[in-house]
Design a protein around this ligand. Structure first.
Ligand SMILES: [Zn+2]
Length: 488
């Protein structure tokens, strides 16, 4: 199948940031084979011609961190620090089953595709009562939508109370803390075996699926588990994904456990490498930025989530000025509360412009767009995120007759600061049109919304029980939070 897209404004995101005013694109199968001026388009015949109508073509965005089970609880939780918020979110997963994970992933995947994301990293933690915690159902949903996905299976072999800096008085375990440990911890080797079986069962790039290990966070895993996970990724040439230093409590716990920063601990285990991406990377130490730069590992910035649950401001300006390639994510809808990458793109370009800082290092539109496209693709080993011959045919066509692009002054700047997803017209993943005229092509949008609402309604009694259980540990976590910020 050979497709020609003609007469479009191309925002290539190649190394020179080339923008081609009257360009065309040729797609052969799943690959881009020509990107350039319309007048040099190679001769046909073409099986399909898409009139660009002077639309804007950009690489499909890569949502580099989210949790697909969270889509059913968007808007449900109060804004609270992560440790408190997480007790509620984790409890909400306890009664979910495969069909619920399917419905949740469909809902979030639909929102991503319709807003110009073509790849997502799903750091999957569901329910251990299901095979692979329900990740297979989420994968099915993303295949059904036609959304490229990297699924990092969450691994964690420590009891909950060993992973947070609770003080002595709070360490009298309540039933809920015991439940959290029971739902999160499992023997190290059992996790590693599960991870290998999961990859064997689902890793299938031709069906848009990359599978990889996703240790939950440094402090939530034994060294043996971290090493074992990295070995699986190395042996199979896969990426690896982990949460890093999202809150001050986590950094404090790292110091308590290892005497170093969490990142330095990973470095000491020889795990830092270009295939490793680390969600958040907020509470790091100055020397850590150099570790990122030297190793080629990728911090993944999730601005909406970080603001919603008050985690802190990642040192994105310092990362970028040190040559660290930052990727961008929405994080799960439990802490965002949407899955729209244009929201994340706008935030990354706005929130780091802080008074008194060197404005020469504020995030530029080009840097922001790279976080949302090429940097994420590179972190996951995908030939995507750039419009260039040889890359995967994952791209977005946006209308120009919208408020966001009228008048058209600077296309890259307007993609970042003005667009919100409403101009998205056509989305192509792996050479296949999956959104046309702003609507999903492969599935019925009303049916997805109906399924999600019905699933949420059925889970209501379970959610209410979960919220009441989580509430019992909130006082101990609140005490911990204030204690951490009282002391240095
Ligand atoms: Zn996360």
């Amino acid at each position: 199948m050979k497709t020609l897209i003609r007469n479009a404004l191309l925002v290539t995101m190649n190394q020179q940031d080339d923008v081609i005013e009257n360009g065309s694109i040729v797609i052969t199968g799943d690959t881009l084979t020509y990107i350039g001026p319309a007048e040099w388009t190679p001769p046909g015949p073409f099986d399909r011609t898409i009139e660009g109508d002077r639309r804007i073509a950009m690489p499909g965005m890569v949502n580099a961190h989210c949790h697909s089970p969270a889509n059913l609880v968007r808007g449900l939780f109060a804004s609270r620090p992560l440790e408190i918020w997480r007790a509620y979110y984790r409890a909400s997963l306890r009664d979910m089953r495969d069909e619920d994970f399917y419905a949740s992933a469909l809902l979030g995947g639909m929102e991503m595709l319709k807003n110009g994301a073509t790849t997502v990293l799903d750091h999957f933690f569901g329910n251990q009562a299901c095979r692979f915690m329900g990740a297979g159902a989420a994968i099915q949903a993303m295949r059904d939508l036609g959304l490229r996905h990297v699924v990092a299976l969450t691994l964690s072999d420590k009891n909950y109370e060993e992973t947070i800096p609770l003080n002595e008085t709070a360490a009298n375990l309540t039933d809920e803390m015991k439940r959290m440990s029971a739902s999160e911890a499992k023997a190290t080797q059992a996790w590693l075996d599960d991870c290998e079986e999961f990859i064997d069962a689902f890793h299938y790039p031709d069906k848009l699926t990359t599978c990889c290990p996703g240790p939950s966070a440094v402090q939530r895993c034994s060294d043996e588990l971290l090493r074992g996970a990295a070995e699986i990724a190395r042996k199979r040439k896969l990426p690896m994904h982990i949460h890093l230093a999202e809150t001050k409590a986590q950094a404090v716990m790292g110091k308590k456990l290892y005497g170093t920063s969490l990142l330095q601990h990973l470095a000491s285990l020889h795990i830092l490498a270009p295939n490793l991406s680390l969600a958040h990377s907020i509470w790091i130490e100055p020397g850590d930025i150099e570790l990122f730069a030297k190793s080629g590992a990728t911090p993944v910035h999730n601005p909406a989530s970080n603001l919603r649950i008050g985690s802190g401001l990642a040192p994105v300006r310092d990362f970028l000025s040190s040559g660290v390639r930052v990727a961008l994510g929405t994080d799960g809808a439990a802490s965002n509360d949407g899955q729209n990458m244009f929201d994340a793109l706008r935030l990354v370009a706005l929130i780091h412009n802080q008074a008194g800082t060197d404005f020469n290092h504020w995030v530029t539109p080009s840097q922001a767009l790279a976080t949302a496209t090429s940097n994420g693709a590179r972190a996951f080993g995908l030939e995507a995120g750039v419009l260039a011959p040889g890359k995967l045919a994952d791209l977005v066509l946006l209308r120009r007759d919208t408020a966001a692009f009228t008048p058209l002054n600077d296309v890259m700047s307007q993609l970042v600061f003005c667009e919100n997803g409403r101009s998205v017209d056509t989305v192509i993943v792996n050479g296949e049109v999956v959104v046309a005229g702003g609507r999903l092509k492969k599935l019925d949008e009303q049916e997805i919304l109906h399924l999600a609402a019905k699933t949420r309604a059925r889970l209501s009694p379970a959610f209410e029980r979960a919220m009441a259980a989580a509430k019992t540990i909130e006082p101990a976590l609140e005490e911990m939070y204030f204690e951490i910020f009282r002391t240095a």
